[in-house]
Design a protein around this ligand. Structure first.
Ligand code: C2E
Ligand code: CA
Ligand code: CA
Length: 400
């Protein structure tokens, strides 16, 4: 019989038990090949209640509510299964909408009541067609992500943030990349959604924070010897805003490294902020109390109200690149950028224009009074050694 921790794929020879009635429900199983029989004993008689094959999912109810298995399962032919552990399911549920969580909880309870009344358990669910393929892919990708994190395959690239007035280097943004052994360099849009859905994002954020803090002095050293004002930014996920110890953890990492907390900024997108305004406001205050910088990312896309924004202890607004890129051809976008700059000015905080791709946009933004700029016009996100080399070619940034 198989027990946790489960291997990635379970191979059961014909006649082998997968689990017994009454066992702890710590995983669900997707059947990849051949057949599994589900059975239970009533009055000392074994009753087969289901014969399952490829595409069937079994054991999910106990994995959801952690109650004992209501039936046993064994292979009737040499079979292959993919386990989905209760922890993997829990992490997904924790990130789900509260209404969805409530519905799931009620549905699970009602299922249990129905089973108790009818005394005929329905222990299997067919995950058909596309759903099955998608579930296999997701679980496999999540495992690969977990493995990659443990194997140290992640890397931070650094994109310069320059002072628009004189082109001097002011800081940089750390952007995660995955150097995958077979897929090559994987961009964040391919792994951040799975990292968020699975909860692995918390480990990724912690790694990015530690990496950026550890490299901050070396990155600043490359910036023409102006380490005092130089800052490095790290992207934070919505999940991190719900972590009670998050701000304390970043604060401790900064003081351990002996660097100024103001030289580390956490970037939080405006839409994340709006998804959890109370949690976000709390974490933001905790970060600011520790002297860390807080930047609102992709600003202009998240529909936050200005009165709400004014209540938040933020230090930087990052103007979303969609406004910056259409600046030349659109007076509406120019007005939006102007309004955001005025807002930043009134709040007494810095503004960074993202996605500057040409000299004309850089010049327009400079004339509009935007302090900082970031984009391919200056440099793409660069691996650490290339960033240091790039920074050394720049004139020393004047002290703030
Ligand atoms: P973001 O935080 O808005 O990061 C800026 C993205 O814009 C980066 O893409 C950067 O390469 C790209 N970019 C910079 N300048 C230009 C430009 O001039 N033109 C254009 N078209 N694009 C430009 P990247 O590195 O692919 O990252 C994409 C997104 O993935 C990031 O958007 C961020 O939301 C997320 N991300 C990246 N690293 C992390 C991470 O460590 N943690 C979390 N939670 N999210 C991350
Ligand atoms: Ca960002
Ligand atoms: Ca952004």
């Amino acid at each position: 019989m198989f027990t946790a921790p489960y291997p990635e794929n379970i191979f059961l020879s014909a006649g082998t038990m997968l689990f017994n009635e009454g066992d702890e429900g710590n995983a669900a199983f997707l059947i990849k090949s051949r057949s599994i029989e589900v059975f239970r004993f009533r009055d000392d008689c074994e009753q087969v209640v289901a014969n399952l094959g490829p595409g069937d999912l079994l054991g999910e109810m106990s994995a959801l509510d952690r109650r004992p298995r209501t039936a046993g399962a064994r292979a009737t032919a040499d079979s292959e299964l993919v386990p989905i552990t209760a922890e993997q399911i829990d992490r997904r549920i924790a990130g789900a909408d509260p209404v969805l969580r409530l519905c799931l909880k009620l549905a699970t309870e009602r299922f249990r009541e129905a089973v108790a009344e009818a005394d005929t358990p329905r222990v299997a669910t067919k995950a058909r067609g596309g759903e099955l393929g998608a579930a296999f892919d997701l679980i496999e990708f999540e495992r690969d992500l977990d493995r990659g994190l443990k194997a140290g395959e992640f890397e931070l690239f650094y994109q310069p943030i320059v002072r628009l007035a004189d082109g001097g280097l002011a800081g940089c943004e750390g952007l995660a990349r995955w150097r995958h052994p077979t897929r090559g360099l994987v961009p964040p849009c391919d792994f951040i959604p799975t990292a968020e859905a699975s909860g692995l994002i918390e480990r990724l954020t912690d790694w990015c924070v530690a990496e950026a803090i550890g490299r901050r002095d070396a990155l600043a050293g490359g910036a023409g010897g102006a380490p005092d004002g130089f800052f490095v930014t790290v992207n934070v996920s919505g999940r991190d805003l719900a972590r009670p110890q998050f701000a304390a953890g970043v604060g401790a990492a900064v003081s351990e490294a002996g660097i100024s907390p103001a030289s580390v900024k956490l970037e939080i997108t405006e839409s994340m902020l709006m998804a959890n305004p109370d949690g976000a406001a709390k974490i933001l205050s905790e970060l600011r109390v520790r002297g860390l910088g807080v930047a609102i990312d992709d600003f202009g896309t998240g529909y936050s109200s200005l009165s709400y924004l004014a209540t938040l202890p933020i230090t930087t607004l990052k103007i979303d690149r969609s406004f910056v890129q259409a600046l030349a051809g659109s007076t509406v976008n120019a007005r939006i950028v102007q309004t955001i700059l005025r807002l930043a000015d009134e709040l007494g905080i810095a503004a960074v224009a993202e996605g500057i791709e040409d000299a004309a946009a850089a010049a327009t933004l400079r004339q509009m009074g935007c302090t900082y700029g970031q984009g391919y016009h200056f440099a793409r996100p660069l691996p650490f050694p290339e960033f240091v080399a790039w920074a050394q070619t720049r004139a020393p940034a004047p002290r703030a």
